[in-house]
Design a protein around this ligand. Structure first.
Ligand SMILES: Cc1cc2nc3c(=O)[nH]c(=O)nc-3n(C[C@H](O)[C@H](O)[C@H](O)COP(=O)(O)OP(=O)(O)OC[C@H]3O[C@@H](n4cnc5c(N)ncnc54)[C@H](O)[C@@H]3O)c2cc1C
Length: 433
């Protein structure tokens, strides 16, 4: 009988896990509590900036590049720059989700939307079954599996945003409609890990919001659509302090340029690179007199709180103390970003399938940025200070470390050669069943 991998959470991590598990030849069922895939990726868009370029090309060479190729195909802008960030692509947040959904369905992945996993059955240290509740319905249904991936993210729910943020800002997670996120590993008894801010308070606030492009002055909209970027100087009396930038989940954007200016990016909406911006202040900035938030709806007040609920895991992304569960994306640690979620999702999905097929899980070599980042974050998360930072290929502490170790490159041939030398060429595209 065909082995089955069950994925919980359809963000970038879960979508990548589903594709990777399916590539091995296993049957795959994906559960998503909301009405669309991609989770926080529905409001993101920034790809290939700084070291993310290297990670993307490594994954393409390893045979796990399909989602990156979709992002490239759906990019509104390619190879642009904004402060501190080079060779950036911006995918279109309004068309990316259907494209990903079509790709998953085309290879025979069974997707359950508005199906929130609310319980699990555990036997002999393994999850054997997940139980889904169907939205607005008393109906429940079950799915058994041989391998499982927990890709349920770390955002919200409302209680955390109330306690550790500025209240529910009505973000894309839409907790009141679809119910709070829930981890299958936690349900199976694993203690989740909580990230901290530099001041020791818990969680981190999401670092960007979206403005309706038509609410901005026509010359800003025109510049955004032509170049992808618009940087507007903020009068000194309206500038945010550097400390306020330290609260952000995305520390790669906690640079002084982001306090002295507002940085807008064209992802379909105008992505404003600030966690939130009081509307009264925003509307005093030249060209923003009519500004209006699209995400979160209360972006003048706050944003979602993330980095609650990470899982202890090894470098193959197997959750500690569970025999057949892997984790990916934000669940796998303090790794921020779509690229990071796709990298970990691909490895977790591949390994869940390997385990289901009776094969040993693999790690990605530390000679590659993808493998090094997974191991580096694991090490850092064992320390109190490490828990206060966020890690990404695109900036801040991990990009610095990546450069020091000579892992950053934008030479595609050189990256392919490195992947070949580590024996990982095409590994995620190989059929195993
Ligand atoms: C406002 C904002 C802007 C961002 N912009 C960028 C950007 O431009 N570039 C970038 O690289 N990164 C960006 N990020 C970060 C990036 O989006 C995330 O780090 C990454 O996409 C996380 O992916 P994930 O799959 O781990 O988690 P999530 O995206 O949180 O996905 C988890 C999914 O699991 C589902 N789920 C949870 N519990 C259950 C359950 N019990 N049953 C079924 N489903 C469940 C959720 O509904 C969700 O869809 C941004 C984040 C935010 C919040």
């Amino acid at each position: 009988m065909m082995k089955k991998v069950v994925i919980v959470g359809g963000g970038w991590a879960g979508s990548a896990a589903a594709l990777a598990a399916r590539n091995t030849g296993c049957e795959v069922e994906l559960f998503e509590r909301a009405d669309m895939l991609l989770g926080t990726g529905l409001v993101g868009g920034i790809m290939r900036n700084n070291g993310r370029f290297t990670a993307t090309e490594e994954m393409i060479a390893m045979g796990g590049g399909e989602l990156f190729e979709i992002c490239d195909a759906y990019s509104r802008h390619k190879n642009i720059e904004f402060p501190g960030h080079k060779h950036v692509s911006l995918y279109d947040v309004s068309t990316i989700e259907p494209a990903v959904r079509r790709a998953l369905l085309a290879v025979g992945i069974k997707i359950h939307l508005m199906a929130r996993i609310k319980d699990v059955t555990v036997a002999d240290g393994k999850i054997v079954k997940v139980i889904a509740g169907v939205l607005h319905n008393d109906e429940e249904f079950e799915a058994c599996g041989d391998g499982f991936v927990d890709a349920s993210g770390t955002a919200g729910p409302q209680g955390n945003c109330m306690k550790y943020g500025n209240g529910c800002a009505m973000c894309i997670y839409r907790c009141p409609t679809f119910g709070p996120r829930l981890s299958i590993a936690a349900k199976a008894g694993v203690k989740e890990i909580i990230g901290e801010k530099a001041d020791g308070t818990l969680g981190a606030m999401s670092g960007s919001c979206k403005l309706h492009k038509d609410s901005l002055a026509p010359e800003i909209k025109e510049e955004l659509e032509r170049t992808g970027v618009c940087v507007i100087a903020v009068p000194p009396y309206l500038q945010k302090s550097m400390e306020s930038l330290g609260q952000k989940a995305c520390q790669q954007y906690a640079l002084k340029e982001f306090a002295e200016n507002i940085v807008l990016l064209d992802t379909g909406h105008a992505k404003l690179m600030s966690a939130y911006y009081p509307l009264g202040l925003l509307r005093q900035i030249p060209g923003c007199a009519n500004a209006r938030f699209e995400d979160p709806y209360a972006g003048g007040i706050g944003n979602s709180i993330r980095y609650f609920g990470m899982l202890p895991r090894d470098n193959a992304l197997q959750v500690k103390s569970l025999k057949n569960v892997f984790c990916a994306g934000e669940k796998a640690g303090l790794l921020v970003g779509h690229t990071e979620a796709i990298v970990t999702g691909t490895l977790a999905g591949h390994n869940a399938a390997r385990l289901a097929l009776g094969l040993e899980p693999i790690e990605i070599s530390r000679e590659l940025a993808c493998g090094d980042a997974i191991a580096y974050v694991n090490e850092k998360m064992q320390t109190k200070e490490g828990l206060t930072k966020k890690y990404t290929f695109s900036g801040s502490v991990y990009f610095d470390s990546m450069k020091k170790k000579n892992l950053y490159s934008i030479n595609i041939e050189e990256i392919k050669k490195k992947v070949t030398l580590t024996n990982m060429i095409g590994i995620f595209a190989k059929r195993l069943a």
